[in-house]
Design a binder for this molecule. Structure first.
Ligand code: SAM
Length: 200
């Protein structure tokens, strides 16, 4: 079974000539809708953390969500001069205090992390009570997921895993699901509202 580090290394090699490959560098419906959702549900001047922010100076959804202050974290630094507050690190161990961010977003990154449970636990820890988690992700059919499992594991050439609608929702039991948009082409955007009074 391929490891997370091996996948990350392969992904960086694919990007040796073009760091923007697979990143949200220009207008596409997912990036636009995600940015608008963040503007809508976060307070003006609120602080939003982008987990797995990638290699762009500023992803397009951050340009759209221009009413919030952006922080981003990614395992890759690569000397990119980012136009937001950046830290090198991983979703599973977030170097931020509890109850700090108004919003946390995973923009096509949740299917790349090493441990989804730990990443979501950390996202919730750093999120303020009443904060929102924004997810833009591929969501596959139950059948596609079953077929992957039957092939011996939840991964393909570029991803450690895939989510179906039910597996995605299972991670957020105890959250209020306030928005869901099916963009087609197996892509969805979710907004979950935190409620720390509900025990997960
Ligand atoms: C498809 S890119 C998306 C980048 C950016 N969100 C965008 O849309 O332009 C996925 C990103 O997830 C990052 N990633 C992989 N494992 C991670 C982890 N454990 N914690 C945080 N980010 C991770 C990768 O380094 C990569 O930059």
């Amino acid at each position: 079974m391929i490891t997370w580090q091996q996948l990350q290394d392969k992904a960086l090699i694919r990007r040796k000539d073009d760091k923007t490959l697979g990143m949200a560098h220009s207008k596409c419906s997912g990036s636009d809708i995600l940015g608008k959702a963040i503007n809508k549900w976060l307070p003006i001047g609120g602080v939003c953390l982008d987990i797995g922010c990638g290699l762009l100076p500023k992803p397009y959804y951050m340009k759209v969500a221009n009413t919030v202050k952006w922080h981003g974290i990614d395992p890759w630094d690569e000397g990119i001069r980012r136009n937001f507050v950046f830290k090198q690190g991983v979703a599973e161990i977030l170097p931020y205090p509890d109850d700090y961010f108004n919003g946390v977003c995973f923009a096509t990154s949740l299917d790349h992390v090493k441990d989804v449970d730990e990443s979501i636990k950390e996202a919730v820890r750093v999120l303020k009570k009443d904060g929102c988690i924004f997810i833009w992700s591929k969501v596959w059919t139950e059948r596609q997921i079953r077929e992957w499992l039957e092939r011996g594991g939840m991964w393909n050439e570029n991803h450690l895993r895939g989510f179906s609608l039910s597996t995605m929702l299972e991670y957020f039991v105890g959250f209020e699901s306030i928005y869901r948009n099916d963009l087609g082409m197996y892509q969805m955007i979710f907004v979950f509202k935190n409620d720390k009074s509900i025990k997960k």
